[in-house]
Design a binder for this molecule. Structure first.
Ligand SMILES: Nc1ncnc2c1ncn2[C@@H]1O[C@H](COP(=O)(O)OP(=O)(O)OP(=O)(O)O)[C@@H](O)[C@H]1O
Ligand SMILES: CCCCCCCCCCCCC/C=C/[C@@H](O)[C@H](CO)NC(=O)CCCCC
Ligand SMILES: [Ca+2]
Length: 497
């Protein structure tokens, strides 16, 4: 038992090894240890075939096979029976999944990725699926909200990017609230957590939710996390304007820089994932700032700050009842910051992705009921570039005089030219007016009055918003980023799943 499952698999290719000679209790215990990594078991002409999960480099998981031979029929039956019993006891594993594929996400490879890499693994693990290839935007959201027979399933899987995941979250959260009589339009309402877990097979442009919960955007790895039945709770922010629900956010709410990048990049979807690099560079050159007031309720009763050197890793747990999930009746303790901002970002999780491997807020937690509010005040282009480049390195992006960061439970933003009901008209007129002025004075450095909010890659229609964090509202088929073992250590006992 002092070996890990991988070593046992390797050393037990014949049942006559020392391991098989030890008593049945020890065998059972060892099979218990290794069973979580087994995804398939087959017996053919006395030969036992096992498929199991193996760790590889950079948080990747892979499926491997091993064959056992045993001439002793009684011993063979004991093995098979024990493994089957252990697999049956793993009740967290899904048996029936609802799968949505976005054929147009990222490089438009969603269907191909699912058919070639994921479906064979689900079949191998005896998971049955109902697959829907979406026909239009919000198809998955609306199907989940109104039609899907959710009782039939143990989870929902989406094949796509952050936008597709966001559709699934909106569908599931809205359905759960409706089924429980909760009004989403009230910012004070405590939302009911969703019972179905969500799996993400990455096939998008940023894949930040997948990257920050698994450590890599790799379809096979994500499929294996679904198969072994992992569970990772996650916070969800609700966004309201004038007591009207707008959207949920799981990763980034960004006004100013990230809002402008998104608004520009949406017109260039034909460029695929490269649209973000193009629009990012263009937006950096325009260097617009936006005036307004940010008020926020700091999270005072927590361990940790956004400037910590520690990272959110697998196994980090916050009890949901320690989080204040609904708005307090009185607003003692709110802070306010007024000024001109290049960017206002709220990162409810690290937002790590291939473009920014540490993320916008490297120390943010997935499920602690808080969001990291990052305020980047107006500064020179050179300083802003220094700040942005730190998103791509290990240097502290908050260690700059024009950047401040607060870990908060709620916040509000009010643009300087306060909005009213005709805000949208004003914004449109304002944009036209400013673009006219800027065309007339190409050298002028004026900024438009409003930016847009980038809400997980979707543009919000209002600039004035109110945001609250709902602790652990959803669960993913993931386990958080695991500490990276050295490759040569992968066969050690702590590497057992
Ligand atoms: N069949 C479809 N046709 C057109 N749009 C769709 C379809 N299905 C889903 N969508 C929409 O496509 C948008 C983008 O999808 P997705 O998130 O999968 O890819 P992405 O934007 O390239 O990646 P990322 O969000 O990671 O940057 C989503 O907002 C989703 O609502
Ligand atoms: C001038 C050089 C600047 C270099 C700076 C690079 C910094 C990259 C940080 C990327 C952070 C992504 C946060 C995730 C946001 C997602 O919810 C969203 C939907 O997928 N993606 C974007 O909005 C896409 C946002 C892409 C922005 C580039
Ligand atoms: Ca969080």
């Amino acid at each position: 038992v002092g070996h890990c499952w991988r070593t046992i698999f390797r050393s037990c290719h014949r049942f006559s090894s020392n391991f098989v000679n030890c008593n049945l209790a020890t065998q059972t215990f060892t099979v218990f240890l290794i069973s979580n990594s087994i995804i398939h078991l087959a017996l053919c002409f006395g030969v036992l075939y096992l498929s199991y999960v193996e760790r590889a480099r950079q948080h990747r998981w892979r499926c491997s096979d091993v064959t056992f031979h045993c001439s002793d029929g009684v011993l063979r039956q004991q093995w098979i029976q024990t493994i089957r019993e252990q697999l049956t006891a793993l009740t967290s594993r899904p048996k029936h999944l609802l799968v949505y594929i976005n054929p147009y996400g990222g490089k438009q490879q969603g269907e191909c990725i699912y058919e070639q890499k994921v479906a064979p693994l689900f079949a191998c693990a005896s998971i049955s699926t109902d697959v829907i290839v979406t026909e239009h935007a919000n198809h998955a959201r609306d199907h989940l909200k109104t039609e899907a027979e959710l009782k039939k399933y143990d989870g929902v899987v989406c094949v796509g990017g952050d936008g597709m995941f966001s559709e699934i979250v909106h569908g599931l959260v809205s359905r759960t609230q409706r089924d429980n009589g909760v009004d989403q339009n009230s910012p004070e309402e405590k939302l009911v957590p969703c019972s179905l877990r969500i799996g993400i097979i990455p096939a998008g442009s940023t894949d930040c939710i997948c990257y920050a919960t698994v450590g890599i955007n790799d379809p096979v790895t994500s499929a294996l996390h679904v198969i072994v039945g992992d569970s990772q709770p996650m916070d969800v922010c609700s966004v309201h304007h004038n007591n009207t629900f707008l959207r949920y956010s799981i990763s980034l709410l960004g006004y100013g820089f990230y809002g402008d990048v998104l608004a520009d990049s949406e017109r260039k979807r034909w460029m695929g994932p490269a649209r973000y690099d193009f629009s990012g560079f263009k937006t950096f050159l325009t260097h617009h700032h936006y005036e307004g007031a940010v008020s926020f309720l700091p999270a005072t009763d927590i361990l940790g700050t956004p400037r910590d050197k520690t990272r959110c890793r697998a196994g980090y747990v916050t009890l949901p009842n320690l989080c204040f999930c609904s708005i307090p009746e009185y607003e003692v303790g709110w802070g306010v910051v007024r000024g001109k901002f290049l960017a206002i970002n709220a990162a409810s999780m690290s937002c790590a992705c291939p473009r920014s491997p540490m993320g916008l807020s490297p120390a943010a937690h997935l499920a602690d009921g808080t969001t990291d509010l990052i305020l980047v005040r107006k500064c020179s282009r050179f300083n802003f570039l220094r700040h942005l480049l730190r998103h791509t390195s290990k240097d502290d992006q908050f260690d700059m005089t024009f950047v401040e960061v607060h870990r908060v439970r709620r916040f509000r933003f009010t643009p300087r030219h306060c909005q009213n009901d005709s805000e949208l008209d004003l914004r449109e007129n304002g944009k036209q007016l400013f673009s006219q002025i800027c065309r007339d004075h190409p050298a002028c450095s004026c900024s438009p009055a409003y930016s847009s909010w980038n809400c997980d890659g979707e543009i919000l229609p209002h600039a004035a918003i109110e945001v609250g964090v709902h602790c652990q509202l959803i669960k993913l088929f993931a386990r958080g980023i695991e500490e990276q073992p050295l490759f040569e250590d992968l066969a050690n006992p702590q590497c057992a799943l």
